[in-house]
Every structure is written in structure tokens, then in C-alpha cells.
Design a protein. Structure first.
Length: 247
């Protein structure tokens, strides 16, 4: 029935094998077949009875799962690494068979909250470029930035042609003996190495960096390397946050 039809890229994303954007690329590259016929049109809709294959492998729909990982330093935000370094999916319980991937990323040397899922739609919602979900970081800097220097971070700093901006910056503590500072930043964006690049542009390299909050989620009661499933209520709240922020 027509009300059961879904866009092909959405069906692929919901299967947990990739994000919706990458699913669109697979379709346009001719790597997706529906009922034995290659489909390259992005607007194509399919029903639950249609047989969808991606690169020759039939799709099987997984139940959506959602995890919060306290990512340690020295771990790659990926599902595999060609240098055999530890990746975030190594922390999933061994009995889980879902094809889970991280929502966004944290740098190799950055610790803190990272969400993982097999729900491509959910991941896209949270990573929408217009979303304004607070991400709170704690940075330990080499050197002690002045208040007027930190004010530049909320005005915006140009780096490699990008404008990098924090919505809130606050000095938590300073250590004059060691010449270090602990600074809290709130970001809405998630550009590559954003916090480190912002402080580097001020002349204060970041020694340690941790993402301690993602929206309303925090690391309370967790140690580095621990993982837990999000509750249905938390998933609902995250969807609400993302939908509210893109309107």
C-alpha cells in the first residue's frame, strides 16, 4: 500500500549499514538494486515487500539501537582502522550483532561523550548542519588565555577558510605554577578539530580535551571505556532537540 512506501535511501540508512547521505551516493553510483534491477534515481520509493540489495548484499532491517560511549583518548571514532588501532565499536558488548556506527566523531586524542547507533535517520537528524544541540567541552590549555582573548572565541575565529565559533566560554581554573588553564566551551558545531584549532589560533595549544556533555546527556557515573544503552525517553528527547533546532 502507498502509505507503506519509503524512499530507498531512507530504507538503506535504517538498515544500519550506512548514513542516508552515503546511501544516496551508493544509489547514484549504480550500486543498489531493487527486485533485481539497478536503481539510480534518488526519488525511488520501495515497499517492505521489495527486495533491496546494496553492492549485491540483500538488506536486512535491524532493530534500532542507541548507545552512549565514554570514549577514552587514543581511540579512533570509526568502525574499523587500517592500522589496527582501537576503534569505538570495540567497546560494544560482545553479544551485540547490530552494525553500529558513531554519530559524528571525536578526535583520536579527545575523550568524552560519543553516541553510536545503527539508525541512519537518527544520526542524520543529530548531525544536521543547522542543529543547535549544545556540546560542552573541557580543555586544558598550555598557557593561560586572557579574558579578552577568550572573548574572540565567541565572536568567531577564521581558520583554514572556516569561521569557528563557541557559543559560551568560561575559565574554570588556572594553575600559575604549571602555566595551564582549564576552560569550558559550549559549541553548536562539530567541525574537524574545532576546539584545538580555536585555541591554537590564540597561541594556546590544547593539552587535554574532553566532551563532557551532549545536549542533556552527561558522563555522570561512567568511567572512560564504559558504554550504556540510551533509554527510549533519552532517544525521544534527542529527536525532539534536533527537530526543534532545525525549524
Amino acid at each position: 500500500m502507498s502509505n507503506e512506501l519509503e524512499r530507498l535511501q531512507k530504507v538503506i540508512a535504517q538498515s544500519g549499514i550506512t548514513s542516508r547521505r552515503k546511501a544516496e551516493n551508493l544509489i547514484t553510483q549504480g550500486k543498489v538494486a531493487v527486485n533485481g534491477k539497478v536503481v539510480t534515481e534518488l526519488g525511488t520509493k520501495v515497499s517492505p515487500d521489495d527486495k533491496v540489495e546494496v553492492e549485491g548484499v540483500p538488506l536486512t532491517k535491524e532493530e534500532p539501537v542507541y548507545f552512549l560511549l565514554y570514549k577514552p583518548r587514543g581511540v579512533i571514532s570509526s568502525v574499523k582502522d587500517d592500522k589496527n588501532r582501537k576503534v569505538v565499536t570495540d567497546y560494544l558488548p560482545e553479544d551485540r550483532e547490530e552494525r553500529v556506527f558513531p554519530i559524528g566523531r571525536l578526535d583520536y586524542d579527545t575523550s568524552g561523550i560519543l553516541l553510536l547507533t545503527n539508525d541512519g535517520d537518527f544520526a542524520n537528524q543529530l548531525m544536521h548542519p543547522k542543529h543547535e544541540i549544545d556540546k560542552v567541552y573541557i580543555a586544558k590549555t598550555k598557557g593561560i588565555p586572557l579574558r579578552e582573548e577568550l572573548a574572540k572565541l565567541t565572536k568567531g575565529i577564521k581558520s583554514d577558510g572556516e569561521l569557528l565559533r563557541a557559543t559560551h566560554v568560561k575559565t574554570k581554573s588556572i594553575d600559575k605554577k604549571k602555566n595551564t588553564a582549564i576552560i569550558q566551551l559550549t559549541l553548536h558545531e562539530g567541525k574537524n578539530r574545532q576546539v584545538r584549532r580555536m585555541f591554537e589560533s590564540l597561541g594556546y595549544p590544547v593539552d587535554k580535551l574532553k566532551r563532557e556533555r551532549y545536549g542533556f546527556l552527561d558522563l555522570h557515573g561512567m568511567n572512560a571505556g564504559e558504554i550504556r544503552e540510551l533509554t527510549p525517553h533519552e532517544v525521544k528527547q534527542l529527536r525532539h532537540l534536533a527537530e526543534k533546532s532545525v525549524k
